[in-house]
Design a protein around this ligand. Structure first.
Ligand code: GLN
Length: 478
């Protein structure tokens, strides 16, 4: 086995036994990037040598890809948007600081939908990433580059961000593990904001153990992020026990209705049988406000996005353009020209949607109503978690769709987020793990959700399932 094909825990073990060196692990990953990424396009740039890793501190020398919306001092951070062209953050995000402290090896910035708006990585100013399992299909999004990098052995770990499914859905489409932590579990300091009440950074990895290790590094309270939670970070690897006996797991009946691909449904049902065989107790549950989740998410998320994106006006960050002739005043012209050239179509759509629902006369009907329904959705979960340890659902209603299939129809793209957005609206943690393949041999993801700060429960169930099945060992034919 080549080192880039190994998991993080396998690499650490090989290094401990002196059968491999950190440099060899890093070189194996870079060789793979050189060989495969012209085709896959998981990375949008590789890092400067001085930012990659420091042999002096390399305690956990694992090569990791970083989504292009996480700030790294001195490296361009563009969110795959023209408007941040040329922007180099003057500081490291907290998660980057933590990774550097443990001596992880930073490989490069991974591709994403512009500002994390999307579910396919097609909304990137650098062009799309291909799905390693089928180059004609999308890798999911918005962290499609991160998931594709891990799936194609061009990274051992990757960081993504998840506002409405952007870690879990690409993990599902690419056949890897992705976790959205509890809101507040991981510092958002240095993550370029999309929707500040929903965003979380989280791990993408080849197996559950690797995801648990990476979460342990990046989690924790940070005084620079007032929404980060002062809750002790447990040793997540201790939760990797192969035992679900007596755990009560809910199956939400609203998630298995029209629109779900039969192959996906079959794989989820088979996964439930595996866990039932290990002693878990399943029962149908109801999350009655599920049907409002998409509308609620796209009101709350676009409202927050429109206000977060107001700062890109050509003054402080990235792109600045002046039209050739004065139209209004030189300053207003500069704002307009910069934003017109700098933002892509989906970003403009979201700014307009969000500005509309926040504007006077509409605020009460849209934004305020959205916040109220958000509370109802959260209460659905609270009620279930009074009696249940976890909930199981598909991660996405379909497997990876074809490139170009949904990009002209934003609403159909939005609808594909139906199973992931409720976890963000409710702030709860959720993991996606591989649970089989469709007839077309595309990976399928199983989603497990737990109550706030219940990541250990997710790892325990996910690990038990993973260790009883072969899916995490399958690699795409590159
Ligand atoms: N697909 C969702 C959206 O377009 C979620 C994206 C995300 O989690 N960043 O908003």
């Amino acid at each position: 086995m080549k080192l880039n094909e190994a998991t993080a825990h396998e690499i650490l073990e090989l290094i401990r036994q002196e059968k491999a060196t950190p440099q060899q692990a890093f070189d194996a990953v870079l060789d793979q990037v050189q060989a495969k990424d012209d085709h896959i396009r998981a990375y949008v740039r590789l890092f400067l040598n001085e930012n990659r890793w420091d042999p002096a501190t390399a305690r956990v020398p694992i090569p990791i890809g970083i989504k292009d919306n996480i700030c790294i001092k001195g490296e361009p951070t563009t969110c795959c948007s023209r408007i941040l062209g040329g922007f180099k953050p003057p500081y490291d995000a907290t998660v980057i600081e933590k990774l550097k402290k443990t001596g992880a090896m930073l490989v490069g910035s991974t591709n994403m939908d512009e500002f994390a708006f999307g579910s396919s990585t097609e909304n990137s100013c650098y062009g799309p990433t291909r799905n390693p399992w089928d180059p004609g299909r999308v890798p999911g999004g918005s962290s499609g580059g991160s998931a594709a990098a891990v799936a194609s052995d061009q990274a051992i770990w990757a960081l993504g961000s998840d506002t409405g499914g952007s870690i879990r859905q690409p993990a599902a489409f690419c056949g890897v593990v992705g976790l959205k932590p509890t809101y507040g579990r991981v510092s958002r300091y240095g993550l370029v904001a999309f929707a500040s009440s929903l965003d979380q950074i989280g791990p993408i990895a080849k197996d559950v153990q690797d995801a648990a290790m990476l979460l342990g590094i990046i989690a924790g309270y940070d005084e620079r992020d007032s929404t980060s939670a002062d809750v002790l970070v447990p040793d997540y690897t201790k939760a990797l026990i192969k035992d679900v006996k007596g755990l009560k797991i809910g199956i939400p009946k609203e998630y298995f209705v029209a629109g779900i691909d039969p192959d996906v449904k079959e794989a989820i049902m088979a996964a439930i049988e595996v866990l039932r065989g290990k002693g878990a107790i399943f029962e149908d549950v109801s999350l009655p406000h599920t049907e409002y989740a998409i509308a609620t998410y796209y009101i709350v998320a676009t409202a927050e996005a429109s206000s977060n994106l107001a700062r890109y006006d050509g003054v402080q960050y990235g792109l600045r353009r002046q039209p050739p002739q004065v139209r209004k005043t030189p300053l207003i012209d500069m704002y307009e020209e910069t934003r017109d050239l700098g933002f892509g179509n989906e970003a403009k759509r979201r700014i307009m949607l969000g500005t509309y629902s926040l504007s006077s006369g509409y605020y009460d009907d849209y934004y305020l109503k959205g916040l109220k329904v958000r509370t109802l959705i959260k209460q659905d979960f609270d009620r279930v978690f009074e009696k249940f340890d976890a909930i199981i659902t598909p991660t996405a209603p379909t497997t990876a769709f074809k490139m170009g299939e949904k990009i002209a129809d934003p609403l159909s793209m939005y609808l594909s987020d139906v199973y992931t957005i409720s976890a963000n609206l409710s702030g709860i943690p959720a993991i996606s793990i591989p649970c089989g393949f469709s007839k077309e041999h595309l990976p399928i993801g199983l989603q497990i959700l737990a109550k706030p700060f219940g990541e250990q429960m997710l790892f325990r169930i996910a690990y038990t399932y993973e260790q009883s099945t072969p899916w995490h060992k399958k690699r795409p034919p590159l």
